[in-house]
Design a protein around this ligand. Structure first.
Ligand SMILES: [Ca+2]
Ligand SMILES: [Ca+2]
Length: 467
């Protein structure tokens, strides 16, 4: 694949078990009616849907962990809850047969690469699953802190997250075992990077060694996107300063954006939040999501208000960082509170299981297609500076500008119930050429920029490219 900065990627996150079923033969203990059970999705099914993802315009894929998970369920949530999500490992040296084989994983990565799509594998170093064999086997039982033995600590690194057994990653033997296993998958699968789970629950020396070994043994460009719960430009910095991660999730984007589109808080406060994202250490990136497997879905939080959701999507795909789309969001999959936030991918009239027959909002998907193509055509949207131009009332206008290419894009969002108007100076970066609304169509001429934005409407303006 041709080199491309990660700042330009549009990432799509898939919970493999809940996406597409390409192999009924691996469907052991599948029960689509049970919310905590396996639903049959697998790597083969995902691979068969790469054209679906390509046509959506995403450029990178993040898949849930593929290693063998525990074979039993837990009942703490009030229903049988299985390791369908991949975060409850039972053997780091085997793939989960319900997800697929090593060949399936390699074929997925190869086919994705052929379409110009990079792949991030989700990796967990902090813990195995509940009652995993690591806890009971004599060779490994001292590798873990556990509630059963009363050995869980009190701090982020030594506590037992969600009551899960905690790997003593500070012990060289434990670190080596975990690193050897995951680096081996990186080498064998050809993935482009890892999405790293529970980052703040593992010690910094481990992450430094992790990075050092990946660069030496796999690739100097191997990309690391870390989940530091609650992370933002400032709180992620220790993992950037220490050369441990390349990027981290911005947990503030969902709440700030949903509040803005719902008319809560002043427009200037939202502008201030978006500007604060530029404080991220130069060369490092934030990844921003509207929904995930760990938070309540955005559309659900908006009580199904697709008009406001569309504004949030425009903001996600026109602001800096790596936009991280959550599977099915693009067709209005109703993702509620946990565990409904991991519901099945809707397939409409197609039968690729898990959510076969469930309806899709194809108009919403068309908006995503349009926005991904606009983002990919305008480097200002992925790499440019962010400058608020108007923050009066319910209208928010901002400029994204990338000096190297001279590309400049203006985005205008009206969250109010009335049409909003503003008159702005013609952007210097556009010179004297005319501009066009690349989202809705329509031409604009200088000498000033006279903008009207419909209620709950958005406009994206760029200079008309001369041939
Ligand atoms: Ca299957
Ligand atoms: Ca830990």
């Amino acid at each position: 694949m041709a080199p491309r900065p990660w700042a330009d990627e549009i990432l799509y996150f898939v919970v493999v078990d809940r996406f597409a079923d390409g192999d009924a033969a691996n469907n052991t203990a599948v029960d689509v009616a049970a919310q905590g059970a396996f639903h049959g999705g697998d790597l083969k099914g995902l691979r068969q849907q790469l054209d679906e993802l390509s046509s959506l315009g995403v450029t990178a894929l993040w898949i849930t962990p593929v290693v063998k998970n525990i074979d039993s369920f837990v009942t703490g949530a009030g229903f049988p809850d299985w390791g369908y999500h991949g975060y409850w490992a039972d053997d780091f040296h085997q793939l989960d047969p319900r997800i697929g084989t090593e060949e399936d994983l390699r074929a997925l990565v190869d086919d994705a690469h052929r379409r110009g799509i990079r792949v991030l594998l989700d990796v967990v170093y902090n813990h195995p699953g509940y009652n995993s064999h690591y806890v009971t086997k004599p060779e490994t039982k001292n590798w873990l802190r556990s509630e059963e033995r009363g050995t869980c600590g009190q701090d982020d690194v030594t506590s037992c997250v969600s009551g899960l057994p905690d790997f003593k990653t500070e012990l060289p033997e434990v670190a080596k075992y975990l690193l050897d296993a995951q680096l081996d998958w990186a080498k064998r699968s050809g993935v482009d990077g890892f999405r790293l789970d529970t980052v703040k629950h593992v010690d910094h020396p481990f992450w430094k060694e992790h990075r050092r070994r990946l660069r030496e043994e796999v690739s100097k460009d191997f990309f690391l996107l870390g989940e530091v719960w609650g992370g933002d430009a400032e709180s992620l910095d220790p993992w950037f300063a220490g050369d441990e991660m390349d990027a981290g999730f911005d947990f503030g984007f969902q709440g700030s954006t949903l509040a803005f589109v719902q008319g809560r808080g002043r427009t200037i406060a939202f502008d201030k939040y978006l500007k604060s994202r530029a404080k991220v250490r130069p060369g490092y990136l934030l990844a921003h999501f509207l929904s995930s497997h760990d938070v309540t879905g955005a559309l659900h939080q908006l009580e199904g208000d697709v008009k406001r959701f569309r504004l949030a999507v425009v903001l996600q795909l026109t602001t800096s960082g790596i936009p991280t789309l959550y599977y099915g969001e693009e067709v209005a999959r109703p993702g509620g509170d946990w565990p409904a936030n991991r519901s099945d991918m809707p397939w409409g009239s197609r039968d690729v299981r898990p959510g076969a027959g469930k309806p899709r909002d194809e108009d919403l998907r068309k908006l995503y297609q349009k926005l991904t193509s606009i983002r990919r055509a305008h480097v200002a949207l992925s790499r440019g500076t962010h400058q608020g131009l108007s923050t009066d009332g319910d209208l928010y206008v901002f400029l994204r500008h990338e000096a190297g290419s001279g590309d400049a894009v203006i985005v205008a969002i009206n969250r109010g119930a009335q049409p909003a108007k503003v008159s702005l100076p013609w952007p210097e970066a556009w010179g004297r050429t005319a501009a066009e609304d690349v989202l809705n169509g329509g031409r604009l001429e200088g000498p000033s920029l006279e903008l009207t934005v419909e209620p709950l409407g958005a406009r994206i303006l760029g200079r008309i490219q001369t041939q």
